[in-house]
Design a protein around this ligand. Structure first.
Ligand SMILES: [Zn+2]
Ligand SMILES: [Zn+2]
Length: 217
């Protein structure tokens, strides 16, 4: 595997961050010293699931300081530009001590965004989605109308779990495309799945040992 590393810099120019991370789930949030929040790597994909339970812990150095410089190491798949794994490292700005933040194996493609934008800006990372479960026997046309109606509600941020993917903000058009009756899978199961986000135990294709592996389809 080839490898490369990069220091992280907020779009405002700051290279110093307060960091929250959950190493088990391989998610992290960095807030620069000017107050700009960004997800680390692809944390957005699972963040909203993770914060349903608890806030990822803030990183503190042994010296008690809590401001860090951040860097990421990418490992590429043999002979490709596809990222196979990434690790995030922090260095205390007060005493210089280094520590690992989290590692994540990447099991999807393309992975260009991980390299182009390791900091993924977010305005309000603590906004929790209110989950509503709907069950219905709908004609495809009605299903699409229900989706569009829900997405157009004031302040609505539609999150979906398309089959085999984690819950994430998904444009309704993308969901409609997936629920196209001409698509290979039956609509009824896709519609049902859209309304039943997978539990954490089933994320990553149902393999319990893959919690730190990101998969998408
Ligand atoms: Zn900033
Ligand atoms: Zn320190």
């Amino acid at each position: 595997m080839g490898a490369t590393s990069a220091d992280l810099r907020c779009p405002c120019g700051s290279t110093e961050f307060v960091v929250r991370a959950n190493a088990t789930q391989s998610v992290g949030l960095a807030c620069c010293t000017n107050g700009h929040n960004a997800f680390l790597l692809d944390s957005r994909d699972v963040w909203f699931d993770v914060i349903q339970d608890s806030k990822p812990r803030q990183l503190h150095c042994r010296c008690k300081a809590h401001v860090f410089g951040l860097s990421v190491d990418y490992a590429f798949r043999e002979g490709t530009q596809t990222v196979g794994a990434v690790s995030v490292h922090a260095r205390c700005t007060a005493c210089g001590a280094a520590r690992d933040v989290f590692d994540v194996e990447i099991d999807y493609e393309p992975t260009d965004a991980l390299v182009a934008r390791p900091l993924d800006p977010v305005d309000d990372p603590w906004l929790k989605a209110e989950r509503v479960e709907l069950t219905g026997l709908w004609q495809p046309r009605d299903f699409v109308r229900v989706l569009r109606f829900a997405a157009d509600l004031p302040k609505a941020r539609p999150l979906f779990a398309l089959w085999g993917t984690p819950v994430r903000e998904t444009p309704v058009d993308e969901v409609v495309q997936h629920s196209n009756p001409r698509a290979s899978s039956p609509l009824c199961s896709r519609a049902r799945r859209s309304n039943h986000p997978p539990s954490r135990a089933t994320r990553g294709g149902g393999c319990p040992s893959s919690r730190s592996t990101r998969r998408r389809t």
